[in-house]
Design a protein around this ligand. Structure first.
Ligand code: ZN
Length: 137
């Protein structure tokens, strides 16, 4: 694994939280994106070499609305950047971690992602992410 790519924070109200984080970090969000398949809208702030990802539910059965109902707003996941997501998934599976998806799926911000169940990682939802490379050949 390379670095902490981003930290995901579940929020109730994107508009209010964008305002809050733009004042906290003294920068504006550089990108917002809707991930319909996950029922979330996201907003990204760049901070040093990593990012803060705000997550707001767009549907009632979104993982984010379930999370907020259970735990309230707050840190939802930590994402690590990997060079080769498939081999990292294989390695972690062999180490006994529970993967939430068997195949990498498309996430926000041009990434392939895989989540690791918090029960197998001290209560922390872990995201692996690999930049999607465009193959021009
Ligand atoms: Zn994320």
């Amino acid at each position: 694994m390379n670095k902490v790519e981003h930290i995901g924070i579940a929020v109730n109200n994107m508009e209010e939280s964008e305002w809050l984080f733009s004042r906290l970090l003294n920068i504006n969000a550089y990108k917002t994106e809707n991930v319909a398949s996950e029922g979330v809208s996201t907003s990204f702030f760049r901070i040093g070499g990593s990012k803060i990802e705000l997550l707001e539910a767009t549907t009632d059965d979104s993982p984010i609305s379930k999370f907020i109902k259970k735990k309230g707003e707050g840190i939802h996941h930590i994402a690590f950047e990997v060079a080769d997501i498939e081999s990292e998934m294989k390695r972690l599976k062999k180490e006994g971690f529970v993967l939430l998806n068997e195949n990498p799926k498309r996430g926000a911000d041009n990434k392939l992602v895989c989540f690791i169940h918090p029960k197998s990682a001290n209560g922390v939802l872990i995201e692996l992410c690999q930049e999607i490379r465009v193959n021009n050949e």
